[in-house]
Design a protein around this ligand. Structure first.
Ligand SMILES: Nc1nc2c(ncn2[C@@H]2O[C@H](COP(=O)(O)OP(=O)(O)OP(=O)(O)O)[C@@H](O)[C@H]2O)c(=O)[nH]1
Ligand SMILES: [Mg+2]
Length: 435
């Protein structure tokens, strides 16, 4: 997402780490490089100027000169300045004890409807909320169907009246939510331009009639700095509580995420980074700064994992690993959970140091996992629990059943044995993790 900036800043910081001492001259050179990198990443030029001056001033300070590790100090100056720029205090979602009403707004195609789905899913998992979607896009044909099918796939109810008056629908939808025990209401609206008087008035009317706790603007990261005008335009009419930057997985160099807060004073609350319904994360400045600096986002990894991993099963598996009784049946269960996490490459990229270890471009062949699964599924449950009984004829049967070769079955069994020994050692503290 921030690959471009990560590469550039990493190069610059590595260079500084190579210097024994820091001089005014090499600080000037570094800040010039930072300036170019930020401009190229589409950060607003005024912000770039302020950022670079501030880094320079701090880098020239006594602390860096005296430090034995100037590179480290320099890196931490950049990190702090990035956090400042991103808004040092994060602006979490508003989650009320009772009902929370959220109005979504934005230009056409910015990702409003998709984000309604993502956000409903997110608050249900993270805050245990019971969401309701209200379909207020009464203009685009098929807009209501889109929301209804999204609701169906997530098992979230949608309040809709077909085409009609958006203000009235919003009002009745909120009433419906209050009367039926929903506690997080997401109002999906039609896309509109901030200069379209009639449609902007409609949004204002919806807002006045339902009094939303949160009014979010959904904005496509690809818009780059033009996003500033959109935010300002919508904010004049609506008083936004925040914006959501979508399509951060696209072809953007990410600079927009660094510019918006500073130029508009409206916090970015969430970012969307995939078309899928779990592609949403909270925008926490320290975590974003760490991502930009290639330090990963371990919190996001944990969040994703906790969404799919069954805690009881995980504890049970850990116990078995410790005892050395972890068998192929358990392995199969673990594999199924891992599969739910989506492509592993996306997760690995978020691990601290992934880039340094060359893991950010790793490709994991889903076929290998599928073959492993097919082999285990071709075993009987008894064989999975007692792989030691697998001799030639059984192996042949398994290979045929899974469309693989006996050598592959053997390889899997050997790897599994080694893994079991390693797991036992690791969990009993006889061995250190290799990192
Ligand atoms: N890659 C990517 N695509 C996204 C993301 N968010 C939305 N999209 C895609 O953007 C397109 C438009 O999304 P919608 O949610 O329909 O946008 P909208 O703002 O509701 O559009 P209108 O209702 O027509 O104004 C769809 O193809 C989505 O899959 C994202 O974070 N990443
Ligand atoms: Mg829509």
């Amino acid at each position: 997402m921030f690959d471009f900036l990560t590469d550039k800043l990493d190069n610059i910081i590595s260079k500084v780490k190579g210097y024994g001492t820091i001089t005014e001259e090499n600080i000037s050179e570094m800040t010039r490089e930072i300036r170019l990198a930020l401009l190229e990443a589409d950060v607003n030029y005024k912000i770039v100027g302020e950022f670079v001056n501030s880094v320079k001033e701090k880098a020239l300070g006594e602390e860096v000169k005296k430090s034995l590790k100037p590179g480290e100090v320099f890196a931490s100056i950049i990190r702090n300045e990035l956090i400042n720029l991103l808004g040092s205090e994060s602006s979490p979602l508003i989650i009320k004890n009772g009902i929370t009403i959220v109005l979504m707004s934005g230009l056409q195609g910015s990702g409003k409807t998709t984000t309604v789905g993502k956000l409903g899913n997110y608050v249900r998992k993270k805050y245990n909320k019971r969401p309701l979607f209200i379909a207020c896009d009464v203009y685009r044909p098929a807009a209501i169907d889109q929301l209804v099918s999204l609701g169906k796939s997530l098992n979230i109810e949608v309040y809709e009246e077909g085409k009609g008056n958006a203000v009235e629908i919003a009002k009745r939808g909120v009433e419906y939510a209050k009367n039926n025990g929903f506690d997080y209401v997401l109002i999906d609206t039609a896309g509109r331009l901030q200069i379209d008087e009639t449609l902007m008035e409609e949004l204002q009317n919806i807002s006045e009639s339902v009094h939303p706790d949160e009014t979010l603007l959904v904005i496509d990261a690809m818009m780059g700095q033009d996003g500033v005008n959109v935010i300002t335009g919508f904010n004049e009419k609506l008083t936004l509580t925040g914006c959501i930057l979508t399509k951060m997985d696209g072809d953007t160099k990410g600079g927009v995420a660094l510019s918006l807060r500073h130029l508009t004073n409206i916090p970015i609350k969430l970012i969307g980074d995939s078309e899928k319904l779990d592609g949403l994360s909270e925008f926490v400045p320290t975590r974003i700064a760490d991502r930009i600096l290639g330090m990963g986002d371990i919190v996001r990894v944990a969040e994703k994992a906790s969404e799919v991993i069954n805690e009881e099963e995980a504890k049970e598996a850990a116990k078995k690993m410790k005892k050395g009784s972890f068998d192929l049946e358990d392995f199969l269960k673990q594999m199924k959970q891992i599969k739910k996490l989506g492509p592993l490459e996306n997760l690995i990229k978020l691990l601290p140091g992934a880039k340094k270890m060359g893991l950010n471009n790793i490709e994991i062949d889903p076929k290998i996992m599928a073959r492993t699964e097919a082999i285990i599924l071709s075993m009987t449950p008894y064989e999975r629990r007692h792989p030691e009984i697998l001799k030639a004829s059984r192996k042949q049967r398994i290979a045929t059943g899974s469309g693989t070769k006996v050598e592959e079955v053997n390889r899997l069994l050997n790897q599994f044995e080694q893994m079991k020994i390693m797991m036992k050692n690791l969990t009993n503290g006889n061995m250190k993790f290799p990192f």
